[in-house]
Each structure stands twice: as C-alpha cells, then as structure tokens.
Design a protein around this ligand. Structure first.
Ligand code: UPG
Ligand code: MN
Length: 734
C-alpha cells in the first residue's frame, strides 16, 4: 500500500483472508490431482485389455494437472491499481508529454467508416491539452470512403470537442453518446443541434458508402483525392498521407470556440503485391516512424478502429503510472482491459473473457505485468523503438523532451515526401524494423510477442482496470467468427512458444518463473485441445462397451475425482459470480471454453504443425464488426448462430452427437441393471451427461430451429455420419 506523499498511483493486493482461503483451496486441489495420478499409476497395468486407453487417460490427467498448476501462478499475487489524477494536475502543465494515438483500420466493408471515425472522434476528445494530442488513422484498406469520412469528422470535431468540454461528456464517442443519452435538461438545444450535425455527417457517409465510392463532384470539391490516382487496389498503391489538422501549421484548425484541435493525420502506407505488408504490426511500425517526424509524442496509445474511448480520463490515468517519480521509470506500457459495447447480459460467446480480464491479468500484473493485447494500450515510445531498460537512466527532463512539435514549423511539401518514404514498402529492407525495433513481424499475435520481448528486456507493464470502462469495442456476434478469432490467437500464442522469444527458453532468467508460468497458460492453449478432445470422446465411447475408466463409487479413489469435479466447478463459478457475472453467463462461458478447446485450439495446433513442415502459412483474418439484422436479433436474444458451414463447427457437432449417441446407448444398459452400471460408471456417466447438457443449444439448432442461424444440413449430415461411424466401429471392434 502506498498512497502517501507524491505517489501518483497505488497498488493493492487481495485481503489476507481471501488469500488464505484460496491457497488452502489450491493445496487441497493439488492433493486431489496427485491422488488421481497415483490412482492411474497403480491401476495402469491392472487393465491389460485397455492399457493404451488408460495411458491416454493418464496423459490427459497429467496435462490437466500441470496446466492447472500454471494457472495458479497468476492467482498468487493479484494486484489492483488506483490512480491519483488530481496530483498529476498539480504538476506544471508544460511538463505533460505529447501523446500520439494510433487507430488502425483495414477494411471499409467489415469496419464501416462511420465506426472508424467515431473511434477517432472519441480519442480526439480526451481531457488533455489539445496541442499535445495527435491522432493518426492508419488505413490498410486505403479506402477513399474512409478518408472522406475522416475529412467530415475533422469538420465535425470543431463542434464536438467544445461540446464535450462544455458539458463534460464522459463518453466522448458520438454514436454511443447519442444512443444512450436522452436530451439533457440543461443545454437541450445544444444537444439537438450537435445531434443534427452528427446525423448529417452520418447521412453523407452513408450515401457515399451506398454509392460504393466517391462521386465525380466530390472528387472535384476535395483535391486531396488526387492522391488516389495511384490506387489500383488495397494491395497496390503509393503511400497516401494527409494532414487534416496540423497544430500551428497552415493546417491549423480552431474549434468554434477558437481553441486548438488535436492534430489529425491520415496514412495509408504503400502496398505492393510483391511485398508482404505484415498486417497490423506493419501498419503500426509505419505509424511509429511517420509520427516521430511529426508530433513525436513520448507516449503512444494504440487502439483498434472499433475500440472507442469510453472515458475522457484515460490519458491522465495512464500518465499517472508513467510519470510516478518512484516507480514510473520501469513501466513500458499500461494495458487497459479489452471490453465490448455489444456484449449481452449472459454473454453467449463469452467475449468478455471475464476470468482473464478480472482475475488473470491482475495476477499477471503482480508477476511483472500483463500481456500487451493490441488495443487500449499506452506505450512509451522509446520502448517500442527498441530501447532497452536500464536502471540508472536519467529522468530529469525526460518528459519535457520532444515537446517542440517538429512538423509544425516545417510541414512543407518536401517533408511530406520524406514522410511518405517512411511508409514505403522498401523502407524496412535491411533494417531491424519488425525484429529488434517496433512491433514484431511474423506472428499472428504481434501484440503478445512484442509485449513479451519488452518485458524480457527488463521493463515492467501495468494493468489498469478502472471502474468506468476505458475502451469499448465490438465483439463477434456469431459462433464462427468467435472460433476463427480464437484460432488466430491460440495459433499465434503457440508460435511464440516455439519462437526464439519463447518464455521457456529466452524468458528464462529475464522474467520471473511465475511470469513465465503465467504466459504459458496462454501459449499452451492450442496443445490443450488434444487432452480435452480425448476426455470428451474416449470415456463416453467406453460407456457403450461398459468399460469403466474411473474408480467405482465405493472405492476410496473415487473421492479425489469427485472432489475435483465438484471443487473445480464451484471455484470457477464463485470466481465468475464474484467478478460480477451471472450464473447463465458462467454456463455459457463453460460451453465456449469447451468449443474453443475442441475446435479453435485443435485447428490452431494442426495448422501450426502444418506450417512447421511448410504446408501452410498463417494469415490474419480480420474480425467482422458488422452483422446482418437477423443475426443481430438472434445475438441480442442469446440464441447461438451456427450459420457458417466450416470444419470448425463440424468438429463441435460431431463431438456433441457422439456424446448424445453414447448417452442413448447407456440408457439401455441402465434399464437392464441400474445400480451396477451406475456404481461402476458414475464418473463417465457424469462426464457424458455434462457434455450433453452443455450442448443443448446445439441439439436445438440441429433439430428444432428453423431460422437462418440453425445448423446447416451439410454440417449435420457429415457430423451425424461421423459420430455414428465412430460409435459403430467402436462397438464392433471392442
Ligand atoms: O492487415 C491488417 C489487419 C488488421 N489490422 C487492424 O488490426 C486490428 C485488429 O484486427 P481485428 O480483426 O479486429 O482482430 P481482433 O482479433 O479483434 O484483434 C485482437 O487481436 C489482434 C492480434 O491477433 C490484435 O492485433 C488486436 O489489437 C486485438 O484487438 C483492427 O483494427 C484492424 O483494422 C490492420 O491494421 N492491418
Ligand atoms: Mn477486433
């Protein structure tokens, strides 16, 4: 605890009582795990007929046990942070550093320009001196519609920013503001007129979007569009760079109150088909270079185009960490949680990832710092540019550096050409960009690997999870994109484990052992699919033949199994409810947990192995931020969408059907001899019934539903055949 004196933030652990309880609980779980292992060892060779099956069970249980131990690392020292912003305000305003904000977008159809500019406007409205804020929009789609929307936004900003200041708007994203707030009592006229302006802008953007491009008249009106002459596709064009607002240059724009507006810059880096563009990491690195020559903010905030700012205070919050006299020096980045505007109460796709956001990351914070998760993260520019941490770095004047606003004086034609070169395809050739400098290339989770390497060079990071959500994004509203997103993540995470930055080798001695364990929880997502699949299939199949793979109820060995089943679920439920979730939300979370493991993680594993032997290479599939009306309605009603026929879905349905058939087969045996069957097979029965129960929405989508989100018949036919085949083969071969 430290809140006296000049500290700008304090850190607090959980209460002693809770700590003792959770550690006692962990100890008892460990005991049960070891007992289970012992049980397997003792009985392995007593079951000669099924030795292989038993070895498989044992291997799965060893995996689960060890994996559980890894998860304990981030339960060990959970930390909560609090900032003291008013203390920051006492400091001389001159001392506040410049902050550069990077917004990334890549595709105008699945990331609608209206959404992108809402994010841009929300980050322009931070409660922070405007002349120290610069907002850069990176457009990997190179879309003239997005650019057009941005020009309209820069005009709208003249009204919007003063409005936010005048009425102290806490959520400075216009769309969100007009969605949720009824006309205020005071200033309802202002409200109505600013809303009109917003609607007008929205309509203009909409009509251009519907037209599918910029009309001739508009092209004549804005000569900036000449930059699109080189454009032949999103993958083939020159650098397009445009300063929409440039403080104290000829591009300076004042708002309607005569105050300065933040800098606003549009950048579409050069793209050529023969040059790999390295997705978001490539975009970020171009932005780092270009912004350095312009505003050169010491702090860089990075958000995805759907992650609007929901709090005008986040910049100051983040600075409380960086500028703290005692601890600030060692902090490389401040990560805020990834929250979503569109999650429903029971969060059917578990997008919130509650235990990760509310428990795990606080635990990682206690171990040396959370992962960098790509959005809602404030970085120290120096670190991103590869500066290694040193204990005795000089601190006086650190925050005064770079306040000279370079581009203001020399925003000449010459400079613009030089800047464009920084964003060219060839600039990085024979440099350390993407390797030692900037965000790392070659990994679908460029964020995690970059954060890890920063921590390995001695820096700490901070997780800040304030009461008022700082950023809100758009979560996928259908099962398939959720699975695809998790496939990308788990695949990227596994690649990190196999890369030269692996925490297990490179991290050793550079970050703490607990921190390594904390990272491994994520990096081992993909391989954990195998034991999970084994556990979901093999015990159920053996119900058909009456082979018991677990101890009988009357055996003392039954106790550890029963204890684990009961305690693991009780614990996860308690954790979920305690962090503000609902019971149904927890149940949905369990389902998605299972789906991710048996589908996304499995295919991630397969693809990683494939790319090791050079069959495939990884791509970055951008998550769609739009849904059609029907799908959206279903989402709002917590009805799962299985619409897309894909192997990712087929495997889920196959496992679900297999368990249904096994349970049906079991009923027959139960009718013959209930008490004996139950006595010998209790754990398998529980397991199989659980799998059937959790899959109820899937059976419903297969059998009962008529809407568009039901299971495609193609998937149904394949899955049912596969499941039947497996059951039949198994019965006959046994
Ligand atoms: O070639 C590309 C591809 C993507 N993006 C942008 O990257 C962001 C993230 O893409 P999205 O499809 O929304 O992926 P998510 O799975 O939602 O993203 C999470 O995971 C990614 C790593 O897998 C991180 O890059 C993101 O910051 C993090 O929010 C978006 O703003 C995109 O516009 C680009 O700028 N260029
Ligand atoms: Mn996203």
């Amino acid at each position: 605890m430290r809140n006296e004196g000049n500290a700008l933030f304090e850190s607090r652990g959980v209460s002693r009582g809770l700590l003792i309880c959770s550690r006692a609980f962990a100890a008892s779980t460990l005991l049960a795990i070891v007992s289970i292992w012992l049980y397997r060892c003792v009985h392995l060779f007593a079951h000669n007929n099924h030795a292989l099956v038993w070895i498989g069970m044992f291997a799965a249980e060893v995996w689960f046990g060890l994996y559980w131990m890894l998860t304990q690392a981030s339960r060990w020292n959970i930390i909560y942070r609090r900032t003291f912003k008013d203390k920051l305000s006492y400091r001389d305003e001159k001392e506040l550093p410049g902050v550069d904000i990077f917004v990334c977008t890549a595709d105008p159809t699945i990331e609608p320009p209206i959404m992108v500019i809402n994010t841009v406007l929300s980050v322009m409205a931070y409660d922070y001196p405007s002349e120290k804020l610069s907002v850069y929009l990176s457009d990997d789609g190179g879309s003239d519609i997005t650019f057009y929307a941005l020009t309209l936004a820069s005009a709208f900003a003249k009204h919007w920013i003063p409005y936010c200041k005048k009425y102290k708007v806490e959520s400075p994203c216009p769309a969100a503001y007009f969605n949720t707030s009824a006309p205020p009592e005071e200033g309802s006229e202002d409200w109505a007129s600013i809303k009109d302006l917003y609607e007008e802008m929205k309509n203009q953007i909409q009509s251009v979007t519907e037209l599918g491009g910029i009309s001739k008249e508009l092209r004549l009106e804005y000569n900036e569009f000449t930059q699109w002459e080189s454009f032949s596709s999103a993958r083939d064009h020159d650098t397009i760079l445009h300063i929409l607002i440039g403080v104290s240059s000829d591009k300076e724009v004042k708002d309607i109150d005569g105050c300065t507006l933040p800098n606003l810059i549009y950048l579409a880096r050069e793209k050529r088909p023969q040059h790999h563009h390295n997705y978001k990491a490539g975009a970020m690195n171009s932005l780092i270079r270009v912004s350095e020559k312009m505003s050169n903010g010491l702090i860089i905030l990075n958000v995805d185009c759907d992650m609007y700012s929901n709090s005008s205070q986040s910049v100051k919050d983040a600075l409380c960490f960086f500028m703290d006299k005692e601890k600030g020096n060692e902090i490389a980045y401040v990560q805020f949680p990834q929250n979503y505007e569109n999650v429903t109460k029971n969060d059917i796709y578990a997008s919130y990832m509650r235990t990760i956001s509310e428990v795990d990351f606080h635990g990682m914070d206690g171990l040396g710092g959370p992962l960098y998760i790509g959005t809602g993260c404030f970085h120290r520019r120096d670190t991103l540019c590869g500066r290694v941490f040193s204990k005795n770095q000089t601190t006086s004047n650190y925050w005064n550096r770079g306040n000279e606003h370079r581009f203001l004086e020399e925003a000449s034609f010459d400079l613009q050409e030089r800047l464009k070169n920084l964003a060219s395809c060839t600039f990085e050739k024979d440099t350390q960009w993407g390797n030692e400098v900037g965000l790392k290339y070659g990994c679908p989770v460029e964020d995690v690997i970059t954060g890890l390497s920063i921590q390995c060079s001695g820096w700490k990071s901070v997780y800040y999870n304030p009461e008022r959500k700082a950023f809100l994004g758009v979560a996928p509203t259908s099962l398939y994109p959720t699975l695809v997103q998790h496939k990308r993540w788990s695949e990227g995470d596994l690649q990190i484990l196999l890369s030269k930055y692996s925490p297990a080798s490179y991290g050793f001695g550079r970050i703490s052992p607990g921190h390594i364990m904390g990272y491994c929880v994520y990096l081992l997502w993909a391989p954990s699919s195998l034991p999970t699949l084994y556990y979901c299939i093999i015990p159920s199949l053996h119900l058909l033949s009456g082979n018991h793979l677990f101890p009988q109820i009357s055996s003392p060995w039954f106790i550890p199994f029963a204890y684990i089943i009961f305690s693991a679920y009780a614990y996860s439920l308690a954790e979920f409810l305690w962090t503000g979730g609902t019971f149904l939300g927890w149940w949905n979370d369990q389902r998605i947990w299972l789906y991710k493991r048996t589908s996304s993680y499995f295919f991630a594993l397969v693809d990683t192995i494939g790319s090791l032997v050079k069959f495939s290479s990884t791509t970055f599939t951008i998550t769609s931020k739009v849904a059609d009306q029907g799908a959206y309605q279903r989402y709002k009603q917590d009805i799962m969408d299985f619409e897309t026929p894909s192997p990712l879905i087929t495997i889920l349905v196959t496992v679900a059907m297999l368990n249904l058939f096994c349970l049906a087969g079991l009923v027959k045996q139960l009718l013959v001899d209930f008490s004996r069957t139950f006595e010998t097979m209790a754990v398998q029965i529980i397991l199989c019934s659980f799998l059937v129960l959790i899959n109820l929405p899937l059976y419903e989508a297969l059998l009962l539903r008529k809407d568009k989100g039901k299971l495609p018949s193609f998937v149904t036919v394949i899955s049912v055949s596969l499941a039947l085949l497996a059951c039949t083969c198994f019965t006959f071969l046994n």
